[in-house]
Design a protein around this ligand. Structure first.
Ligand SMILES: [Zn+2]
Length: 227
């Protein structure tokens, strides 16, 4: 989060760390909605505010573009990725419903004690981690850990096509922005617990069912953002 200033003549600071600092700063603004979905991100203004040249800002923005958080348009430049519309939201959840229950079923078949311990720790971190200072950072943190939890299950499932395709959809960014408008968390934690119970029991059919229910209920909770 801390941005190291790029002082003239300071040769101890490698350019990569300047880019990291700029990246963290813009990322934080996107996730806190200080930069609103769809709004422009002027390179010269950001560079001036952060006390750096435009080069690291361009590099940081191109990294954020690869991650789907910002978009670049001809003549307009960079802007924050727009909020999902209802149709895109429904498409995203229909896709998740196609692939994630299958991912959970495969993960149950491949589950090792070490892998189970790892996802149990992620789930516990989600429930009991350090309380963030405000609602925005709470949702942001929740969405990121939730994305990590789901991604780890797909990693354990061992189907890299499913995993990388879902990862390219940047679910956590979109969900975070929707969660901002609706109630979340406690129910999701209970659904994760059902999933973990199926993994502990080595029950692949129960894992598939628990994941389907979790995604359907997440969809129903988040759908309130469109009403
Ligand atoms: Zn979840």
């Amino acid at each position: 989060m801390l941005l190291q200033r790029e002082h003239q003549g300071d040769v101890s600071l490698r350019p990569a760390s300047v880019v990291d600092g700029v990246y963290d700063s813009i990322y934080e603004r996107l996730m806190s909605l200080a930069i609103a979905p769809g709004s422009r991100i002027p390179i010269d203004v950001i560079a001036r505010e952060l006390g750096v040249s435009q080069t690291p800002v361009r590099e940081a923005l191109s990294r954020l573009e690869r991650e789907g958080l910002v978009q670049k348009a001809h003549l307009i430049g960079y802007s924050a990725t727009p909020q999902l519309g209802r149709k895109q939201f429904e498409d995203l959840f229909n896709f998740r419903l196609l692939v994630e229950p299958e991912g959970a079923r495969l993960a149950a078949l491949n589950m090792s004690p070490a892998a189970l311990k790892h996802i149990e720790e992620i789930a516990a971190d989600m429930a009991h981690g350090v309380a963030p200072v405000d609602r925005t950072s709470r949702y942001s943190r929740f969405a990121r850990i939730d994305a990590h939890f789901h991604d780890e299950i797909l990693r354990i499932a061992g189907n890299e096509v499913i995993r990388s395709t879902l990862s390219s959809q940047h679910v956590h960014l979109h969900l975070f922005r929707l969660m901002f408008h609706s109630r979340v968390t406690q129910e999701a934690l209970e659904e994760h617990e059902n999933l973990l119970a199926a993994f502990r029991a080595g029950d692949s059919a129960a894992a598939e069912k628990a994941m389907r229910e979790h995604i359907q209920r997440s969809r129903d909770r988040l759908m309130l953002a469109f009403e």
